[in-house]
Design a protein around this ligand. Structure first.
Ligand SMILES: [Zn+2]
Length: 298
């Protein structure tokens, strides 16, 4: 089952619904950052949350979630672009806690229960839209629901989950997000919450092979739904060797030459994806070389 996000509208526009499967993206994040199971689950949930929040983005827009809790995981960032590129990191990827009494990965314990959940939507305006709420549980799903309800005034039901296998590989990662629009009949939120209580866990649905459409319909129960869009999602970063040239130029020639003397090379690692860029003396010299004359004439 490849990673996908489906977006629909239910009950004559009263509910915006989204389901996402991001198993491969979460596994790619695990592989790149070397996360241990609790950190993998936290980061996977944050990536799914960003994918769903980003489901209505238009070209070149982005949404970023920053989870700043007081737990051992440290700050966690996830981001989605309009074309479904997900990336993110946790400050302490080797965080792993004993499972909770319900035998679940203790994401809340890793994130911490005190702190804030920030969302930044960059929709191309001069100032990005920003909002934040205090963390509810650090479990990400409840925190995103609280953010949507409090900060954006859209009562919402959110579920996100990541299943990590015995070899630490990601077996399933996905989520559901149901947003109740203003003017919806008052019976709708109660109905959606009741459905959410009856639903199997997201991880169980994804691991059992359910598609995103199937998850969406299961969550909506008897509410009729029109699917608006399917969007592929994947782990992908926007860093490049060209951008690293800019970073090294900002360091300045003196600092770059000091690093070359002391370490024999300049290394820049992208925090979002873990990619390592190595510049040797020749490449560093090229960064600070004046533009070639033909380029200047062009
Ligand atoms: Zn990167």
């Amino acid at each position: 089952m490849s990673d996908v996000l489906v977006r629909g509208i239910a009950a004559d526009g009263a509910v915006l619904a989204c389901a996402a499967i991001a198993t491969d993206a979460t596994e790619e994040a695990r592989r790149r950052h070397g996360t241990l199971p609790t950190a993998t689950a936290a980061l996977g949930r944050a990536l799914v949350a960003a994918a769903m929040l980003g489901s209505t983005l238009k070209e070149r827009q982005t949404v970023m979630i920053r989870v700043l809790g007081d737990g051992p995981l440290g700050p966690m960032i996830s981001e989605s672009t309009a074309d479904g590129a997900l990336r993110g990191y946790v400050t302490n990827p080797r965080t792993d806690l004993p499972p909770t009494s319900a035998r679940k990965l203790d994401v809340g314990g890793a994130v911490g229960q005190r702190g804030t959940f920030h969302v930044t939507r960059d929709v191309g305006l001069r100032d990005p839209y920003q909002g934040s709420v205090p963390l509810v549980s650090g479990e990400i799903g409840e925190d995103l629901a609280a953010y949507l309800s409090c900060s954006e005034q859209v009562p919402s039901v959110v579920a996100v989950g990541v299943l990590v296998g015995p070899t630490e590989r990601v077996l399933a990662s996905g989520g559901l997000m149901l947003q109740v629009m203003p003017g919806a009949p008052p019976s709708i939120p109660a109905y959606l919450e009741e459905r959410a209580r009856l639903l199997p866990a997201v991880t169980q649905m994804v691991n059992g092979g359910a598609g995103a459409d199937e998850m969406l319909r299961a969550a909506l129960g008897r509410l009729p739904v029109s699917v608006l869009e399917h969007r592929a999602v994947r782990f992908a970063c926007r860093c490049s060797a060209q951008k690293v040239v800019g970073v090294i130029a900002t360091l300045g020639r003196q600092e770059a030459e000091r690093l070359l003397r002391e370490e024999g090379r300049v290394e820049v690692q992208c925090r979002f994806c873990g990619e390592q860029y190595v510049f040797d003396a020749e490449r560093v010299a090229a960064v600070f070389a004046p533009a070639a004359p033909e380029a200047a004439e062009a």
